[in-house]
Design a binder for this molecule. Sequence first.
Ligand code: AP5
Ligand code: MG
Length: 224
Amino acid sequence: MAAQDRRVFLVLLGVPGAGKGTQAKLLEELLQIPQISTGDLFRYNLKNETELGLLAKSYMDRGDLVPDEVTIRMVEERLTREDCARGAIFDGFPRNLVQATALDAITEPLGGIALVPLIGLEDDDAMRRITGRRVCRSCGAVYHIDFNPPKQEGVCDVDGGELYQRDDDKPDTVRNRLYVYYKQTAPLVGYYYAKGLLAEVDGGLPIDEVQANLKAALQAKGLI
Ligand code: AP5
Ligand code: MG
């Protein structure tokens, strides 16, 4: 493989609300590679009322996983875009062993996955974080009404967009998302540990401390 073909792929693992999206946005700046959030891609499709968005909606409303075939195809397409020429930060993908195996097949010819940070968080904290979350409708910046509030209530600091609460952030749906995480996604912790790729960080710390610990994990792997 030529040196210019080598890319850096990171996979962020963690329960819903652990801070994957928040940290992925910070890592995008640091590493100059894009965040690929399957949840954001589905929400974008839903907003634009595409066939994919309408299909995903029924699963997302319940907090269940969208079928693998559809999700994997969407990721493959996203990776063909030019901004992924140096790699990508996966947020919310893979979410089960089928997706993880597919991602291995995609990334192995390109140098493989470099690191899998696991952002650890207790379920009660996850619930508190999710129910207070607000997201910018236009740029996707993530806030929390108590832990990370915008300067002006309801308005994004970055681009002045409107902040909204996600439809799947109701307590009943969040409980199912946590259930689905433990049943389907948690086995990936062992999967990546066995490959020597896992780096655990405490997601219960403030945002800047989690970021500093992630940076340290990247440094330890020689990635920055
Ligand atoms: P997705 O959008 O991926 O949601 P999720 O995994 O449930 O994760 P969240 O986005 O809720 O949490 P996060 O870890 O990103 O936390 P955040 O940074 O926002 O998926 C949604 C749905 O799409 C799924 O249920 C499924 O239906 C479908 N889907 C997606 N991917 C799929 C796939 N691969 N296969 C099949 N279906 C798929 O932070 C949360 C809050 O906490 C924010 O308010 C933030 O400001 C705050 N916060 C963050 N860090 C800190 C901190 N350190 N201290 C204090 N507050 C903090
Ligand atoms: Mg997210």
